[in-house]
Design a protein around this ligand. Structure first.
Ligand code: SF4
Length: 346
C-alpha cells in the first residue's frame, strides 16, 4: 500500500505531501459476524479538514472523512476510484479494506481551534459513509460532532447508515448552536434491487425510519434520491413508490440524482450488470456512450418526474417546532464535471 504517498489532498487525487507515515499503520481484523472478512487499517492522519477543489462544483468547500473504503459496498459507488490512490483494489478491496483515521476527532478539534480556520460549513458523508459499520466499533463521529458543536461550526451529514440515530442527541445539541443539515440517501425502495446493488447497507425502509425519527425529534431530514438506476428503478410506478415512501417518512426535501458511472465505479457496476441483468448491458452501453453521465434529456426527465411526484405528495418543510438552526441539508447541486472529488451516491 502506498501509505507514504497519501497526501493532504489525496482524496482529491493529488499526491503532493505525505499525510500518513508508514509507521502509523496498524492492521486489524475482528472475528465478529458484522466484521468478518473486513480488514481495518488504523492510521493517524495529519490533516482532517479537506478542501474540495473548485472544479468539483459542489455546494460545499470543506469535507471531513474519517474513513476510506466502505463496507456498505454499493456496486455503483463513485468513491471506489479513491482506493486506487492507496494501491488498494477498487472492487472488493473497497468494500473490505477500510482505512480508519483513529485520531480524527482530536485532530478536527485542533484544526477547528486554529486561527486560520474561518468556521466554514463542513460536509460529511460526501466521499464515503461516516456511519458505515466500522463506526459502530470506532465511534469517531461522536467526537467529531462534539468538536463541531463546541466550536459552533456549521456542518451537514449525508448517510445510508441507521447508526446515525445513536448520535441524535449530539446532533440536536449542535443544532442549538449552529446550522446543521441531515440527509439520508434512498434511491429506490425495491427490496430485490437493494439486496444486490447495495448489499452492505441498511434496507431502504430502515433508512426511511431514520428520516422519520429525526423528524419526530424536530430535526428536518432531506432525502437524496440517489441513484435512480436506469431501467431498474426508473419506471413511473417505481419512482412513485419511492417518492411516496419518502413523503410518508416526513422528508423535508427530495433531490433525485441519476446514476453516473465514472471510471472506477463503471467497471465494477458493469460487471455486476453482466451478472445480474445481462440483457441490459447493450442498453447501458448506448445510454452511457458519451461518458460517465446519462444524457441530459434522461436526467431532466427523471428530475421532472420526481419533482412532480414530490409536489403531489407534499414533500417540504411542513413540520412546526423545528429548531431555528436546523436547515435543509447541504446537498450536492449536481455531479462534478471533472476532478476526482465526487459524491459517492450515498
Ligand atoms: S455509495 Fe455511500 S454507502 Fe454506498 S459504498 Fe459508497 S460511500 Fe458507502
Amino acid at each position: 500500500m502506498r501509505w507514504e504517498n497519501l497526501t493532504a489532498d489525496s482524496e482529491h487525487g493529488r499526491a503532493d505531501a505525505a499525510l500518513f507515515g508508514a509507521d502509523a499503520v496498524t492492521t486489524r481484523t475482528f472475528d465478529t459476524p458484522e466484521f468478518r472478512g473486513i480488514t481495518f487499517h488504523e492510521i493517524r492522519a495529519r490533516s482532517i479538514i479537506n478542501r474540495v477543489p473548485a472544479v468539483s462544483r459542489m455546494s460545499f468547500q470543506w469535507t471531513v472523512n474519517p474513513y476510506r473504503g466502505c463496507s456498505h459496498a454499493c456496486v455503483y459507488c463513485f468513491a471506489r476510484k479513491t482506493h486506487s490512490y492507496l494501491d488498494l483494489d477498487t472492487g472488493l478491496g473497497f468494500d473490505s479494506q477500510i482505512v480508519v483515521k483513529t485520531n480524527a476527532p482530536e485532530l478536527l478539534r485542533r484544526q477547528l481551534g486554529s486561527r486560520r480556520w474561518q468556521g466554514e460549513h463542513i460536509a460529511m458523508g460526501t466521499n464515503v459513509d461516516c456511519y458505515q459499520r466500522a463506526e459502530g466499533r470506532y465511534r469517531l463521529m461522536p467526537g467529531i460532532i462534539s468538536a463541531l458543536r463546541d466550536h459552533a461550526n456549521p456542518f451537514s451529514i449525508l448517510t445510508k447508515g441507521t447508526l446515525i440515530l445513536r448520535d441524535l442527541d449530539l446532533i440536536r445539541q449542535a443544532a442549538d448552536v449552529t446550522d446543521v443539515g441531515i440527509s439520508v440517501s434512498v434511491g429506490f425502495t425495491d427490496t430485490e434491487l437493494w439486496r444486490t446493488v447495495e448489499p452492505g447497507t441498511p434496507a431502504p425502509e430502515r433508512r426511511l425510519e431514520v428520516v422519520r425519527t429525526f423528524g419526530e425529534h424536530g430535526i428536518g431530514c432531506g432525502v437524496l434520491m440517489a441513484p435512480v438506476i436506469p431501467f431498474l428503478s426508473d419506471r413511473p410506478d417505481q419512482l412513485r413508490a419511492t417518492v411516496r415512501a419518502i413523503a410518508a417518512a416526513g422528508a423535508t426535501s427530495v433531490t433525485p440524482l441519476v446514476l453516473h458511472l465514472r471510471p472506477g465505479a463503471r467497471e465494477w457496476f458493469m460487471s455486476w450488470l453482466e451478472q445480474h441483468h445481462p440483457y441490459l448491458v447493450p442498453r447501458y452501453r448506448r445510454l452511457y456512450a458519451e461518458g460517465s453521465y446519462a444524457p441530459k434529456w434522461y436526467q431532466r426527465r427523471i428530475t421532472r418526474q420526481v419533482h412532480e411526484l414530490a409536489e403531489e405528495y407534499g414533500i417540504g418543510p411542513t413540520r412546526t417546532g423545528m429548531p431555528r438552526r436546523i436547515r435543509p441539508p447541504q446537498e450536492p447541486v449536481e455531479p462534478p464535471a471533472s476532478g476526482p472529488t465526487q459524491l459517492s451516491l450515498l
